[in-house]
Write a protein that binds this ligand. Structure first.
Ligand SMILES: N[C@@H](CCC(=O)N[C@@H](CS)C(=O)NCC(=O)O)C(=O)O
Length: 190
């Protein structure tokens, strides 16, 4: 198996954490620079992660996680866990949008409909996720908790969000720093 990604992407990190010490090749690309041609050759959606398992290509972290669970005979996620992933992905996608906009020189703090919608989505989803953390819904180190960890730690690393209102999320992150492969996949060491 070959996983194509980068050392900073939170979507890639979740798959690396899920794979743990499994035997696979990790190909880290600079997708906005020197690695773009290789990305073009591997995924027409031009996103990471993508997995190559023999002849089978798999795009999108959510589908890769399903593919790996199916391959390992692990039970599918419950509908409530799927909803948790949808909230985490909603936050993460909007944060990627903010980051790419900032890198493009756009003022994301401006009072404009598009950026107001992103900020609103980020905060409503984060508040719900923080309440779920408080209710113990992410106590088990399973795929949804792995995804939440990767997203929260990446947002803190990129300083995209003020966690004052949702500090349970940082406590959740801090209480899981000891989990397997967390140190090895830290985007700060990229
Ligand atoms: N739904 C996708 C999202 C992946 C994603 O957005 N990855 C980012 C890197 S963190 C990316 O490839 N962005 C490229 C772009 O937006 O042009 C997944 O879960 O794999």
């Amino acid at each position: 198996m070959k996983l194509i990604g980068s050392t900073t992407s939170p979507y890639v990190r979740r798959i690396r954490l899920l794979l743990g010490d499994a035997d696979y090749d990790f190909v880290s690309l600079d997708i906005y620079g020197a690695g773009r041609d290789e990305l073009r050759r591997n995924n027409p959606a031009l996103k990471i992660p993508m997995l190559q398992d023999g002849d089978q290509a798999v795009y999108d972290s959510r589908v890769i996680a399903r593919y790996l669970a199916h391959k390992q005979g692990i039970a599918a996620l419950s509908w409530d866990q799927e909803n948790q992933l949808t909230l985490i992905d909603a936050v993460n996608d909007s944060c990627v949008t903010l980051l790419l906009s900032k890198k493009s020189g756009i003022d994301v703090d401006s009072d404009t409909m598009f950026y107001n919608l992103q900020r609103e989505r980020i905060m409503t989803s984060l508040r719900t996720l923080a309440a779920m953390v408080d209710a113990g819904e992410f106590n088990d180190w399973q795929y949804p908790a792995i995804c939440l960890y990767s997203t929260v730690d990446w947002m803190a690393f990129r300083e995209i969000v003020d966690f004052t209102e949702v500090d349970s999320l940082l406590r959740f992150r801090d209480s899981n720093k000891h989990q397997p492969m967390i140190a090895e996949t830290d985007p700060r060491n990229a």
